[in-house]
Structures are given as structure tokens and as C-alpha cells.
Design a binder for this molecule. Structure first.
Ligand code: ADP
Length: 395
């Protein structure tokens, strides 16, 4: 079985082709195109590269194309991307302007190009299907809640991979197995007596923190949209809702202006005075730019706030995990986030931390009660496996 996983950005198309032999998977091809202006040609190029590399002889060999879809109005989980689902996704365009429109464009073009091939989406919200009702709610009128104003949670594929891999690295095969079995039989499987509690920090261009008990998420720092929770590279993060009418009235901003400011001028870019890549912010801070230093400190404080929330909710943790561009590569940010947490059992090993760059590693002191780990994320594998299960279940 060959499954192509397509990652669609507003100007990029990245892909991985997986071949499955039973439960074993292998990446047959991996590639990407940047600065895409013509999506149909990009899809052609992608399929052409798969053939040139000998990964497929013909497009009909692709059993399905999988997508890490972000947000729909009512649909979650792993589903076939029918017209009805795409329409439901369209309802999320206003609140996920950087994420949903490119996916909708790309999916529709794949459907035209390969009408016989099933297109399946694993929504980023899927990992949060079992979070408690309290973690889904906002304090809004009932009619708002019924209209869909609720917390969803995102980065589900990445945090699910952290749930699996952290358990494997801690020798908890029972928990790892349970996490791998999601989303097929989450509620039903049982685990041993001992709790296994993890806080997973996905820190990248887009960032979120998730609490995980026994392989299943209990919540995520992002809420209704991927603009919430931690400050992102250029997206706002959590904000008092009254700031919006305040700015509309005070500065006469239109709704479009507000959306643009919150979704492309906010977050680390807003605080640092225009820098949205953490490497640039760091080099500015090193030169003495105080706004850049504040952006770094603010980011660390917000990550710690969410770690604190889940630490309390989980009544302690066994593992603290870092992943994604910043989490995997930025030792100084991991140091700042873990600083002075000895009372919580979190002790970083400075040498192990400094020497870890984008590789899987345990970076806690050997006596640290909490294991601190860096785990490179593998969202595409999570999508491919889920698409495979979806196809097998529905064949
Ligand atoms: P996205 O959410 O767009 O997938 P990434 O996970 O690639 O983003 O994270 C992007 C962020 O990670 C940037 O702020 C960047 O500074 C940081 N980053 C990515 N790669 C590196 C690296 N090799 N060294 C240091 N920082 C990195």
C-alpha cells in the first residue's frame, strides 16, 4: 500500500510517500517545492518527481493521498475529503486564514488531477476528541457555544507522535500501544495502574503545549483557532476578546484589518518589532535590541504558564518533551523554559541539552525525576498510518 502525504502551505507543497508492508512503513520519497505560484503545476511536478525517482511507475499505484487538514466547523477525526467535508472546512476559512484556504485549493486540485484516488484528511483537532468538557468550553453565551465557539486544540498529529514516542523511550510499551491505537479505539483500551503523564511542547513557527495522560490528550493550549494559545511567529496567541472592539472603536479598524493584524502582524513579530524567526530575534537580542529580548522572555513565560497548567492538572509529570523547529534546535530556549523548576522535579543536564540538535535525546540530569526529552516530530507518519487504517476499516 502506497500513501502520499501532502503538506500544503500558501506558497509551498511538501510531500512524503510511504509504503506499508503490514504495520511496517518505509519512506519511498520525500520532497518539496517552495515559492509555488501555480498549484496545478506543483502537483504535476510532485507526481513527476515520484515517477522519476522510481517510487511509483504510475499514479494509479497511490492507494490514497493523505492530508494533515487543520480545521472544519463540525468535522474532526480521520475522514474522506468529500464535498461536504470541504464545505465544512470552508466555514473555518475566516478563523484559519493561513491554514484552510491553501488546503482547500490543494485538495480540490488533487481531486481534479486524480479523481479515482481517495483523498483522506486527518484533522489536527483529532487528538482532542476525548478531552474533558471543561477543556472544550469558553465562557460564552450558550448560543455562541452552539454556533461553534469552543476550544478544539491543534498540532494533534505531532502531539500524538510525542505521546507514543515518549512512552516508548520511558519503557512504557503499554502506554505507547494505547497511544498508537488512537484513533481507532481510544476510549476502550485500558492501561496498567500507574499513570504516565507527559507535557508535550511543540515550539515552532506555530506553537502549542499539550497535557497527555496515559497516551491521551487532556487539552491543548490552542483553542477555537490556530491563532490562540502561545504567541506564534506572526500570529497573536491568547488575547482578551475585548481588545478587538476596543481597537475597532479606538482606531477605526475594519474586521479585515483586525484579522490581518492578528494573523500576520502579531505574536513574536508584534512584540519583537518585526522579526518572526526565532533565530533573527535571538541575534537581534544579542545585539542589545530590547524588544527582541522581551519577545524571547515573553515566549518562555507563556510556555511555562501552560506547562504549569498541565502540571497541575496531571498532578505531576513523568516526561517533558520538546519538538518542532524551536523545540528541537534551540537549546537556549529549552534552558530558559526549564530554569528553576527543581521543586517540580525538572532538572536539565546542561551538556546533554547543548549537544542535542534536532536529534532524539534525553536531556535531563540522570537523577531528574522528570525525564526531559527532545523528539523530532513525525507528523506525516501519523497521517499516513491513520489514512491506512481508515482505508482498511472502510474497505
Ligand atoms: P513550522 O511551524 O512553520 O513548521 P518550524 O517547526 O520549522 O515551523 O519552526 C520554525 C522556527 O524554528 C523558527 O522560529 C526558527 O527560528 C526555528 N528553527 C528552525 N530550524 C532551526 C535551526 N536549525 N536552528 C535554530 N532554530 C531553528
Amino acid at each position: 500500500m502506497k500513501i502520499l502525504v501532502a503538506n500544503l502551505g500558501s506558497t509551498s507543497l511538501k510531500w512524503r510517500l510511504f509504503a506499508f508492508n503490514g504495520q511496517q512503513s518505509e519512506v519511498l520519497h520525500k520532497g518539496g517545492l517552495e515559492r509555488v505560484t501555480d498549484y496545478p503545476s506543483a502537483i504535476n511536478d510532485c507526481l513527476g518527481q515520484l515517477k522519476e525517482a522510481g517510487a511509483i511507475q504510475d499514479e494509479s499505484e497511490l492507494t490514497a493521498v493523505g492530508f494533515k487538514t487543520v480545521l472544519a466547523q463540525t468535522v474532526s477525526g480521520c475522514v474522506e475529503l468529500t464535498d461536504a467535508v470541504l464545505q465544512d472546512m470552508e466555514g473555518g476559512n475566516l478563523i484559519a486564514p493561513a491554514h484552510n484556504p491553501p488546503y482547500l485549493t490543494g485538495i480540490r486540485l488533487f481531486a481534479e488531477r486524480m479523481p479515482q484516488t481517495p483523498l483522506v484528511g486527518l484533522f489536527e483537532t483529532a487528538f482532542y476528541q476525548w478531552i474533558p468538557e471543561t477543556a472544550k468550553r469558553y465562557g460564552v453565551p450558550h448560543s455562541w457555544h452552539q454556533a461553534g465557539v469552543r476550544r478544539w486544540g491543534f498540532h494533534g498529529a505531532s502531539h500524538k507522535f510525542m505521546a507514543e514516542r515518549s512512552a516508548e523511550l520511558c519503557g512504557r510499551e503499554d502506554i505507547a500501544h494505547r497511544a498508537r491505537q488512537l484513533y481507532v479505539d481510544a476510549g476502550n483500551s485500558t492501561v496498567g495502574d500507574a499513570d504516565f503523564r507527559v507535557i508535550s511542547c511543540h515550539l515552532g513557527g506555530s506553537s502549542s503545549v499539550t497535557g497527555i495522560r496515559n497516551g491521551i490528550a487532556i487539552g491543548n493550549s490552542m483553542g477555537l483557532s490556530p491563532q490562540s494559545g502561545l504567541p506564534h511567529n506572526n500570529r497573536v496567541g491568547d488575547l482578551d476578546a475585548m481588545a478587538i472592539p476596543f481597537m475597532m472603536q479606538k482606531k477605526g479598524l475594519t474586521l479585515e484589518h483586525v484579522i490581518r493584524d492578528l494573523c500576520s502582524e502579531g505574536g513574536l513579530k508584534g512584540v519583537s518589532g518585526g522579526y518572526n524567526d526565532l533565530r533573527d530575534i535571538q541575534s537581534e537580542a544579542n545585539k542589545g535590541n530590547e524588544d527582541a529580548q522581551l519577545a524571547l522572555d515573553f515566549f518562555v513565560a507563556e510556555v511555562r504558564r501552560w506547562i504549569g497548567a498541565y502540571y497541575l492538572e496531571l498532578n505531576g509529570i513523568d516526561a517533558l518533551v520538546f519538538t518542532a523547529g524551536i523545540g528541537e534546535n534551540q537549546a537556549s530556549m529549552r534552558t530558559a523554559i526549564c530554569e528553576n523548576l527543581g521543586n517540580l522535579g525538572v532538572y536539565l543536564d546542561p551538556e546533554a541539552n547543548e549537544s542535542c540538535r534536532a536529534t532524539e535525546a534525553v536531556i535531563s540530569h540522570e537523577d531528574s525525576p522528570v525525564k526531559i526529552m527532545v523528539i523530532p516530530t513525525n507528523e506525516e507518519l501519523v497521517v499516513a498510518r491513520e489514512v491506512k487504517r481508515f482505508l482498511e476499516k472502510n474497505s
